[in-house]
Design a protein around this ligand. Structure first.
Ligand SMILES: *Cc1c(COP(=O)(O)O)cnc(C)c1O
Length: 378
C-alpha cells in the first residue's frame, strides 16, 4: 500500500521544536509566557491587525467575539451557510438564533445582496441582527468592502471568520482585516497549525482586552479571585504558542506552495470537460488552503463521491465541500432559515476538496491527478 496522502496535514518548518525547547528551558510550561506574547505580536505583525489574543481554538475565538458584542438569547446572527460548524455554533452557545446567507458563484463567499435581504427581513420583524459572520471559504476572502458597507448602513457588527484564509489578501490587505474582529484557526489541517488553537484579532484594543479577560475566567484585577462576570478557560498555552511562532516563519512559503499546487491541478484538469476549479475573485489573492474542484457528473463522467472513493482506494484522502449549514439536520430541526441557499447546495453537490498538503511532492500530485482522470467513464 502506498503511503497515505492526507488532505492537508500539518507541515512543520523546522524552527518549531527549537521554540518549544526555549519554552521548556524557561519553564514556562503554562498558559502564560514569553512564547505566547511573542506569538501574538508576530501574528499582529504578519497580518497588520494590531491587537491579537491567542486562544485554544478558532471556535473559542468566535465565542469570545460574539460574547463581547453582547450576542444573547433572542438575538439573530446572520452567517454564511457555506462554512464549518465552528463558525456558527458559538452563536448557539450564547442562545442566539441563526439565519444563513447564500454565497456567490464567483467567490463561493457570502452574497452581499442576499445579506442585505436578510437584514431587511429581520428589521421588518423588528429584530435587528446582533452580528454578521462572513466566512472566508477555503482560503479566499469574502468581499469585505461590500459586506462591511451593508453592516455599517444598518449598524450591525461584523465578525470575520478567517479560520481558513490566513495568508490570503483582500485588495492588498491581509485576510481578516475587516469588521470588528476576525477569527483564525490553527487546527491540524489549517495552513499553519499549532496542533490546535485559534486567534482573535482586532483593531479594537478594548475588545481584545475584554476578550482576554473573558478567556481567563473573567478574573478581575485584584490579588484575590474577584469576578464581576462569567468567563471561560480559553487561553492558548505557552507551549502551543511556541509551535505557532515556528509556523508563522514559514507562512509565506506555505501560501506559495499551496498556490503552486492549485496551478498544477489547474494545468492538468482545468481544460477537462466538466471540471472547474474554485474561482479566484478579482479583488484578492486566494491562499488556496485547499484546491477544490467542481465535477459535473454527466460531462466529466463521475460524481465527486465516485472520485473520492477512487482516491480512497489508493489511500488518498479527499473530502466533499462543506455541507451548508441550512442543510444540517440540527439546524433544520431548529427551523433556521436561509436567504437563498441553492448556490451553496450546488457546490456541496458537485464539489470535492483535493489533496492540498504542502509536504506533498510533485510525484504524489501527479498520482492524485491520474486517479481523478481515470475515475471518469468518458
Ligand atoms: C476550522 C474552522 C473553524 C474552527 O476552528 P477550530 O480551531 O477548529 O475551532 C471555524 N470556521 C471555519 C470556516 C473553519 O474552517
Amino acid at each position: 500500500m502506498n503511503k497515505r496522502i492526507f488532505l492537508s496535514p500539518p507541515h512543520m518548518g523546522g524552527a518549531e521544536l527549537d521554540c518549544i525547547r526555549q519554552a521548556f528551558a524557561s519553564n514556562y510550561v503554562a498558559p502564560a509566557g514569553p512564547q505566547l506574547q511573542a506569538f501574538e505580536q508576530a501574528f499582529a505583525d504578519a497580518t497588520g491587525i494590531p491587537h491579537c489574543l491567542a486562544v485554544s481554538s478558532g471556535t473559542a475565538a468566535m465565542h469570545l467575539a460574539l460574547r463581547h458584542l453582547g450576542v444573547g438569547p433572542g438575538d439573530i446572527v446572520l452567517a454564511s451557510t457555506l462554512t464549518f460548524m465552528g463558525s456558527v455554533s458559538p452563536a448557539h452557545f450564547l442562545g442566539a438564533e441563526l439565519v444563513f446567507v447564500d454565497c456567490v458563484p464567483e467567490s463561493w463567499n457570502m452574497d452581499p445582496a442576499r445579506l442585505e435581504e436578510a437584514v431587511k427581513t429581520c428589521l421588518r420583524q423588528g429584530r435587528k441582527p446582533a452580528a454578521v459572520i462572513p466566512t472566508d471559504i477555503y482560503g479566499q476572502c469574502a468581499d469585505y468592502d461590500a459586506i462591511e458597507a451593508i453592516c455599517q448602513e444598518y449598524g450591525v457588527p461584523m465578525v470575520t471568520d478567517a479560520a481558513e484564509s490566513l495568508g490570503a489578501l483582500y485588495k492588498g490587505r491581509s485576510a481578516g482585516r475587516a469588521g470588528r474582529a476576525a477569527v483564525f484557526s490553527f487546527n491540524g489541517n489549517k495552513i499553519i497549525t499549532t496542533s490546535g488553537g485559534g486567534m482573535l484579532a482586532s483593531e479594537d484594543e478594548e475588545l481584545i482586552a475584554h476578550c482576554r479577560k473573558l478567556s481567563q475566567q473573567a478574573r478581575e484585577d485584584a490579588p484575590y479571585y474577584e469576578h464581576e462576570e462569567i468567563g471561560y478557560n480559553y487561553r492558548m498555552s505557552n507551549i502551543v504558542a511556541a509551535i505557532g511562532l515556528g509556523q508563522l516563519q514559514v507562512l509565506p512559503e506555505r501560501v506559495r506552495r499551496k498556490r503552486e499546487i492549485c496551478n498544477i491541478y489547474q494545468e492538468a484538469l482545468g481544460e477537462t470537460p466538466g471540471v472547474r476549479l474554485m474561482p479566484e475573485a478579482a479583488y484578492g489573492t486566494h491562499s488556496r488552503w485547499l484546491t477544490v474542484g467542481l465535477f459535473d457528473p454527466v460531462t466529466f463522467g463521475a460524481t465527486p463521491e465516485e472520485i473520492r472513493l477512487a482516491l480512497e482506494a489508493e489511500n488518498i484522502e479527499s473530502r466533499p465541500v462543506w455541507k451548508p449549514m441550512h442543510l444540517q439536520p440540527v439546524f433544520r430541526r431548529m427551523g433556521y432559515g436561509c436567504v437563498g441557499g441553492d448556490v451553496a447546495a450546488g457546490l456541496f453537490e458537485q464539489g470535492l476538496c483535493l489533496p492540498s498538503g504542502t509536504s506533498m511532492d510533485d510525484r504524489d500530485l501527479q498520482r492524485v491527478i491520474a486517479i481523478v482522470r481515470r475515475a471518469s467513464r468518458n
